[in-house]
Design a protein around this ligand. Structure first.
Ligand code: C5P
Length: 253
């Protein structure tokens, strides 16, 4: 049986950075549920199925999701190029194709909500998350790690996907702090441009984050909520190292 760590929180709260760093440190598997919704969005765009109000489109989309293999694991070299954000990172593969950078782009980010609000798509995504949790750890497992663990991050992990997780965290930060971090990260990765190659600025990122907060909180099917038993960490004034330290010490307690 795997030891499950659930990390939830709003967009750009630092969940991925914390999960990626800790997964390597503890030799745990890392499952990024947001990346599954992003992959689904990329598939919808590629197959011209973004409008899922039509049952025909929704059925086709579910079929495509079922047929597609999504895997996550380390990439020899970090896809994050700037040394300011030099840390372990998880690469995302769609039928073996590395889509890590593609799914971080603003076009995907802006369109995820159309899929994330649909119960059938959430159910298919959750099925994939549960499969991934049982899959082999592609990160090098630490020889001294006695625990077979997995870190699952998202919005509804502690409340809906793994309500019986062994330990739960809720990571939050003020919207402006989140927008600043996300903007800096996109710049560092050279991803601060839209589909036309025009630069994306901080204001646009902030607007996107506020809109996603609204969508995440008001969705009828498994919205963003703090689990009653979650350890809440406000990271507005904390460095990544400080957050990682807090989460790690709670896990190892
Ligand atoms: O975490 P990330 O920003 O990559 O997630 C992308 C989008 O996927 C979010 O804006 C959210 O709407 C959706 N999502 C979700 N449930 C999750 C994880 C992500 O609805 N567990």
């Amino acid at each position: 049986r795997k030891f499950i760590v659930a990390i939830d929180g709003p967009a750009a709260s630092g969940k991925s950075a914390v999960s990626e760093t800790l997964a390597v440190r503890l030799g745990f598997l890392h499952v990024n549920s947001g990346a599954i919704y992003r992959c689904a969005t990329l598939l919808a765009i590629r197959n011209d199925l973004l409008d899922l109000q039509f049952k025909k489109n929704l059925d086709r989309m579910r079929e495509i999701l079922k047929e597609t293999k999504i895997t996550m694991g380390p990439l020899g070299t970090s896809p994050i190029k700037n040394e300011n954000v030099n840390r372990p990172s998880t690469a995302i593969f769609l039928n073996g194709e590395n889509v890590t950078d593609q799914i971080s782009k603003i076009e995907i980010t802006k369109n995820v909500r159309f899929l994330a609000k649909i119960p059938e798509i959430r159910a298919a995504s959750i099925e994939k998350q549960r499969e991934l949790v049982q899959s082999k750890n592609l990160f090098e497992t630490r020889a001294d790690s006695k625990v077979d663990g997995v870190i699952v991050e998202g919005r509804d992990i502690g409340t809906a996907v793994f309500p019986n997780a062994d330990i739960k965290f809720f990571i939050e930060a003020e919207a402006k702090a989140r927008a600043k971090r996300r903007f800096d990260e996109l710049v560092a990765r050279g991803l601060n441009v839209d589909i036309n190659g025009d630069p994306v600025d901080y204001e646009q990122i902030l607007e996107d984050i506020l809109q996603r907060d609204q969508e995440d909180l008001t969705r009828t099917h498994s919205p963003l909520r703090k689990a009653k038993d979650a350890i809440v960490i406000d990271t507005s004034n904390l460095s990544l190292d400080q957050v990682v330290g807090k989460v790690e010490s709670s896990i190892l307690k």
